[in-house]
Design a protein around this ligand. Structure first.
Ligand SMILES: *Cc1c(COP(=O)(O)O)cnc(C)c1O
Length: 215
């Protein structure tokens, strides 16, 4: 079994003491592994792919809170809209509009985070500061009544340069602090969560530390 229960318990205790939430990132990992953490009390799990999330959700307890942390295509929103707990990677008005549309049909409000591009790498998705301001203007104008924008999400550069990573997290924290209605700052993964905590993260997304390396 690849699930590292000891690492989970240690991390969970540490985060509980700081009132930081833990999303266990279970992408590519089997149902049996997820169940091991469910048995230890974990309820928040993160997935990156719509198909995989839909299949897993159907096989696992209904009280699990599913976080969609990948890049979400507008045409797939409807597959997860009925049950998703929090969508972390919202990076366009078009996507926000589609989430609002599907949530309206279902008569529910869907929690979302706006993804900000903080890394040096070109490949990572996300909004820049001016795009964030533009989207928050529309949100403030009540354009998306069935979406609740709870805060921000970001991924730092994959780098050994701790100062670089710390600076990137600090830039995200600064944007987060500019909006008093925000309550969730989703930043920090297996390799950089200590730096994310130091920078003021309220929610970590941790996969390989808990489930072992992905193939
Ligand atoms: C895979 C993934 C994680 C978890 O990464 P680990 O390094 O395995 O902890 C966190 N956030 C996002 C967006 C991911 O895609």
């Amino acid at each position: 079994m690849s699930v590292n229960k000891k690492a989970f318990i240690e991390l969970k205790n540490k985060l509980d003491a700081q009132q930081v939430e833990l999303v266990a990132v279970s992408k590519t990992k089997p149902i049996a592994d997820i169940k091991e953490l469910v048995d230890l009390g974990q309820r928040d799990f993160g997935e990156n792919y719509v198909q995989e999330l839909v299949e897993k959700a159907a096989m696992l307890p209904a009280d699990i809170r599913w976080h969609f942390i990948g890049h979400l295509q507008s045409n797939k929103v409807k597959q997860i809209a009925a049950f998703v707990h929090l969508i972390h990677g919202v990076d366009s008005l078009k996507l926000l509009q589609e989430i609002n549309k599907q949530a309206t049909k279902l008569g529910r409000t869907i929690n979302c985070l706006l993804q900000i591009h903080i890394a040096q790498e070109e490949t990572k998705f996300g909004l820049d500061e001016s795009e964030l301001v533009a989207i928050m203007k529309e949100v403030g104008d009540q354009k998306f009544p069935h979406v609740h924008v709870r805060g921000l999400m970001g991924m730092a550069s994959f780098s050994d340069d701790e100062q670089q990573v710390a600076n990137e997290f600090a830039s995200l924290k600064k944007l987060f602090d500019a909006y008093p209605t925000f309550t969730i700052l989703s930043m920090g993964m297996s390799g950089d969560y200590e730096l994310a905590l130091a920078a003021g993260s309220t929610m970590l997304r941790v996969g390989s530390l808990l489930f072992g390396e992905r193939g």
